[in-house]
Write a protein that binds this ligand. Structure first.
Ligand code: HPA
Length: 275
């Protein structure tokens, strides 16, 4: 990793420490069209440009960090919400794509909730389902430019269950029991591909044979970036489309619409997990 990039994470943390009193109890990264934890109490927002020195270029990612309390209770947790992220397909390198996650770890935030919009590979899934990641496949690591994709395909799924993902699933179960509107959570394996194009049917078939449940273009770098730090990361995919032979894949606008729809349930889930 170049010195400039290390400095960028360090300067972002220095910026946030100067602006924010106290270290947040949790951080959340929001993917395409995902909108949760609006209306934080005593909140302050900072554009990515001021924090990181760069802005995301993808429609549906507003690109700011909001820090505030979850409620007006005196002991309500302090939460940092990163609205938007950087992707490899925007031309950023791995170090930029992991920037927010490294900032979270360096800042000393103990919990990181990652979200993404993803396509459903599992045929039992429906648009708007929420899937907690219990495993992932990394098919976008820059290492693969040297070795080709075969080693990644040959590798087994990486398991990523931890105390935080277990808690998401437990709280999801409670919410589904108490409220018919709250669809039970899914749990499964997320396959990270480079994009920016959506997959061909042949690629979808390959990922299904590899036992993937959802496919997207993010999140895995961020999970890898906090590994071994004091930060525990868990991730939730919003299933914005389900791949079927006889149904054409919509496009980015449909993905944004489906994300919005599921955001209400995700908001309930995160508020209860973080409270
Ligand atoms: N593939 C990859 N990324 C996605 C998809 C998909 O089908 N849906 C939303 N993000």
């Amino acid at each position: 990793m170049s010195q400039a990039v290390v400095d960028r994470a360090e300067s972002a943390v220095a910026f946030l420490k100067e602006k924010v009193k106290g270290i947040p109890d949790a951080a959340v990264v929001l993917g395409s069209g995902v909108s949760v934890l609006e209306g934080l109490v005593d909140s302050e927002s900072f554009p990515f440009l001021d924090v990181f020195g760069i802005s995301p270029s993808v429609h549906g990612h507003s690109g700011n960090v909001t820090v505030g309390r979850l409620s007006d209770a005196a002991d309500a947790p302090l939460v940092a919400v990163f609205r938007g992220r950087f992707h490899l397909y925007e031309g950023h390198d791995w170090s930029v794509v992991t920037l927010a996650a490294r900032v979270v770890a360096l800042w000393g935030v103990k919990k990181l909730l990652l979200t993404n919009a993803a396509g459903g590979l599992n045929k039992e899934y429906h648009v708007g389902d929420l899937m907690v990641l219990t495993g992932y496949r990394d098919h976008l690591n820059p290492e693969l430019a040297k070795t080709g994709l075969l080693p990644a395909i040959a590798k087994a799924t990486t398991k990523c269950s931890n105390a935080l993902s277990d808690q998401l699933l437990k709280v999801g179960e409670q919410l589904a029991k108490a409220d018919k509107e709250f669809r039970p959570l899914r749990q499964g394996t997320y396959c990270a591909l480079g994009g920016p194009n959506y997959e061909t049917m042949a690629e979808i078939e390959m990922l299904r044979r590899l036992k993937g449940d959802a496919v997207g273009m993010s999140t895995v770098p961020e999970m890898l970036a906090v590994e071994g730090s004091g930060t525990t990361a868990a991730a939730v995919s919003v299933i914005t489309n389900v791949w079927r032979e006889d149904e054409p894949m919509g496009g980015h606008e449909e993905v944004l619409e489906a994300s919005k729809m599921a955001s209400k349930r995700l908001d309930q889930l995160f508020r209860k997990v973080l409270a």
